[in-house]
Ligand binder design. Structure first.
Ligand SMILES: [Zn+2]
Length: 354
């Protein structure tokens, strides 16, 4: 099969525009103006993005299989108690799929690269809300069930997803129309102040994650006495929490490639490890949520607030619509610019690669 595919040339960091540079990755870059077909074919060739794609594309099918299993085998559509799990599993399918698509098609153009990652950020925000919806239904400690915090938890989580998508998109290019510049390869905010851009992006994802986990952290690490919900799910929640911190550490530090630039270009760089840790963490999170859901069912059906369309699927739909609106707002000026610059880019194509 591999012999049927004509392998495309890969480039070094000095041969591609700055917008495509990755910290401490020296080689293995694809052509910065690849066609969609070339992008797909590049998945069967070792580049610095190949494993980034596969480490999220294959798990997408695992979570899709889980979602279909719950949907088909447990008659979940008629059981409102299962809806939060369905929303969570749906978000677990969307975020690795969006990520693998972003990594696949991000070398079609500079504008395509930004738009691909805007969708990636939107999908991560949805995953954060999916976690919050399932935590609200199954994971809250008994002591906090029906509290004022519980009543406002999902509305605040929806608000957080809007802030998270906006802030992460802002971290790439600044504000649409105001900060965008036609010279976007050289002058977008990521390049003007890369450290601030990175801090903003970490904040955009860490803040909703930390908020979502307030009830879980209280249950695991602070709660004493009655109402702490000390059951078998706790140890699985701890595994997920440890992996989440490892994931954030890898994303923030760019280790190990920072210690040996060029050594981990194709295999073993931090973004691949970040993907793998995120997926294993999500797997443990899913197992813990399922355990709580089964162990606490009879009790939660009596004591917890009713699970409705509005606080499950409805909230997720609101998040999807608003996130798509934000992504459109950030993408429109890029699409306009893409049209204007298409011809000049074609003329300059060879100056990038010499
Ligand atoms: Zn990624």
């Amino acid at each position: 099969m591999f012999s049927l595919i004509k392998l495309r040339r890969v480039f070094t960091v000095h041969q591609v525009p700055k917008a495509f540079h990755e910290d401490s990755i020296i080689s293995g870059y694809r052509h910065p103006r690849s066609s969609a077909t070339d992008c797909v074919l590049s998945l069967f060739q070792l580049t610095n993005e190949t494993l980034n794609v596969w480490t999220h594309f294959l798990p997408t099918w695992y979570f899709l299989w889980k979602l279909m299993t719950v949907l088909l085998m447990e008659n979940a559509l008629y059981d409102a108690y299962t809806w939060p799990l369905l929303v969570f599993l749906f978000s677990c399918c969307v975020y690795p799929l969006a990520s693998s698509c972003a990594h696949t098609f991000s070398t079609m153009s500079t504008c395509a690269r930004h738009i691909c990652y805007f969708f990636d950020y939107g999908a991560l925000s949805l995953y954060s809300l999916g976690s919050a919806i399932s935590y609200s239904a199954y994971v809250f400690p008994d002591a906090w069930v029906n509290s004022t915090f519980h009543a406002y938890y999902i509305p605040v989580a929806v608000l957080n997803t809007i802030i998270s998508t906006s802030l992460s998109c802002y971290s790439r290019l600044g504000l649409p129309f105001l900060h965008y510049n036609h010279d976007i390869d050289e002058r977008f905010s990521e390049r003007q102040s890369p450290r601030l851009s990175k801090v903003l992006r970490i904040l955009a994802f860490a803040f909703p994650y930390l908020f979502d986990n307030i009830p879980l952290f209280y249950r695991l690490f602070l709660c004493v006495g009655e109402g702490c919900t000390d059951n078998e799910a706790n140890s699985i929640h701890v595994h997920h929490t440890l992996l989440a911190y490892l994931t954030a550490f890898l994303f923030a530090t760019h280790l190990p490639e920072r210690l040996a630039p060029g050594r981990f270009d194709y295999i073993g760089h931090s973004h691949q490890l970040f993907h793998v840790c995120a997926i294993i963490g999500t797997h443990f999170q899913m197992k813990a949520i399922e355990a709580d859901m089964v162990l606490r069912r009879s009790q939660l059906l009596v004591t917890a607030p009713p699970i409705t369309f509005n606080n499950t699927v409805g909230s997720a739909l609101v998040c999807v619509c608003i996130s798509l609106g934000i992504i459109c707002l950030y993408s429109l000026p890029l699409l306009q610019w893409e049209g204007v610059s298409k011809w000049s880019f074609m003329v300059n194509r060879n100056t990038f690669i010499n």
